[in-house]
Design a protein around this ligand. Structure first.
Ligand SMILES: C[S@@+](CC[C@H](N)C(=O)[O-])C[C@H]1O[C@@H](n2cnc3c(N)ncnc32)[C@H](O)[C@@H]1O
Length: 285
């Protein structure tokens, strides 16, 4: 039997709390590698000085911290996430950046603890596909946005274009049978299909919906660094990995590092990523 939404949310909270240390350990690296995504998200959400922004599933602060820099001291950003440990890291980073206009609070994106029409923009990076009830979240986003305000969200696109994520999955499948993914179950690729999130936003009443598949690479000096960094932060992949025996894990590591050799370029290893960028606006009414 499938899990209830509450069980899925509990699992998500545990998963992301467990990897929070890994996110903090690799923060500088991923900050540098994935900054372009944050810039794209805040641009699509039309962030500007003085506005009030909500960031969903902020984790260790992306893109909330960039948002806070853009809205400045006359504006503010609230980041919400299930995982307190991830948010604790985000708060440390905000303090390090001397940003006093951003706050982080625990909460569930499908039941936002905010008043109707209280935000000028909503941003979200790599969160919405993990929700058991995405349509509840899109309805909530529509509710808390002011008329005319924008949502901008990034989710993973299709597995075929995301070797960065799928390389370990392909190797794990050599050891254990993974059931064919249920297309409606929460997970990394739940919103990968073109038009899926856009349709949900349309159903929630959004207009001016724009969607683009954004291609980039994450670059690593070595296969070992790729393996260690991904395994430290990717809770869903970690979960599958723990199903292998210790001996299988050692062999899988060897095969993963070996198989990404094909992405070696002159100076580094460049793993492709494809991100679905979706922006939409709440009508003026
Ligand atoms: C892959 S991390 C992304 C974090 C950050 N936005 C980033 O891009 O670096 C996914 C985050 O979504 C959060 N999350 C998952 N389901 C959630 C929910 N129902 N409500 C709030 N946060 C949720 C997790 O706790 C986790 O921190």
């Amino acid at each position: 039997m499938g899990q209830t939404p509450e069980q899925i949310i509990d699992g998500q909270r545990q998963d992301w709390n467990r990897v929070a240390g890994g996110w903090e350990k690799w923060d500088r690296f991923f900050d540098e590698q994935m900054a372009c995504l944050n810039h794209r998200i805040v641009a699509d959400a039309r962030l500007r000085s003085g506005i009030k922004v909500l960031d969903l599933g902020s984790g260790t602060g992306y893109p909330a911290l960039l948002g806070a820099q853009i809205v400045g001291m006359s504006g503010s950003v609230i980041g919400i996430d299930l995982a307190e440990q991830m948010l604790a890291a985000a708060r440390r980073k905000a303090a390090g950046l001397k940003l006093s206009n951003v706050t982080f609070q625990t909460g569930d994106v499908t039941a936002l603890p905010f008043e109707t029409a209280s935000f000028d923009a909503v941003t979200s990076r790599f969160c919405l596909m993990f929700l058991p009830e995405i349509s509840k979240a899109t309805a909530e986003i529509a509710r808390v946005l002011k008329p005319g305000a924008w949502l901008s969200a990034a989710v993973w696109s299709v597995p075929e274009k995301n070797a960065y994520l799928t390389t370990p999955l392909a190797v794990i499948k050599q050891f254990i049978e993974l059931p064919p993914p249920d297309p409606t179950a929460p997970g990394i690729f739940r919103l990968a299909k073109p038009g899926d999130l856009a349709k949900m936003l349309q159903d929630a009443g959004f207009v001016n919906i724009a969607e683009e598949e954004y291609l980039a690479e994450v670059r690593f000096p070595s296969g070992e660094e790729y393996y260690e960094s991904l395994m430290d932060i990717a809770a869903p992949i970690q979960n599958l990995f723990t199903r292998l025996s210790t001996q299988q894990q050692t062999e899988a590591r060897h095969r993963i590092v070996g198989s990404i050799g094909q992405y070696r370029r002159a100076d580094d290893i460049a793993l492709p990523i494809a991100v679905r960028m979706v922006a939409a606006r709440k009508p003026f009414g």
